[in-house]
Write a protein that binds this ligand. Structure first.
Ligand SMILES: Cc1cc2nc3c(=O)[nH]c(=O)nc-3n(C[C@H](O)[C@H](O)[C@H](O)COP(=O)(O)O)c2cc1C
Length: 104
């Protein structure tokens, strides 16, 4: 069965393709909200889309601060700049935490 493609995904996939020669084009900034309600930001690597979904995949350590933030508040925003095509994407949404335990 074909999956629904989010409208922004076509633009993002085009940007990824056009910027593929620059390895750093797969890095973006991920902002979460800490337990005091302040934004916290860091760079992460785009690991592709989750199968049959429009969700962006990120890999992190369960002991990281961002993991604790997301357990408390799943709201996040990413900011992704593609230097070659000079495009910026900002995508906001809830992040689902998937651990090894969930996969078993
Ligand atoms: C280029 C670059 C790529 C990175 N990619 C990741 C990543 O994919 N996942 C990750 O957890 N941290 C990544 N990091 C490290 C994070 O930026 C951050 O320092 C670390 O995850 C701890 O963040 P936290 O304490 O806010 O959770 C990357 C850092 C750099 C500079």
């Amino acid at each position: 069965m074909a999956i629904y493609l989010a409208p922004w995904r076509t633009y993002l996939e085009k940007a990824l393709h056009k910027n593929r020669s620059q390895t750093f084009s797969r890095y973006f900034q991920l902002a979460t909200v800490n337990n005091q309600g302040y934004p916290t930001n860091r760079t992460v690597v785009f690991r592709g889309f989750l199968t049959d979904s429009n969700s962006l995949k990120i890999i992190t350590d369960i002991r990281s601060e961002k993991f604790a933030h997301l357990q408390n508040n799943p709201q996040a925003e990413i900011c992704w700049y593609f230097a070659k095509t000079r495009e910026q994407f900002r995508i906001r949404g809830k992040i689902d935490l998937i651990t090894e335990v969930d996969k078993i």
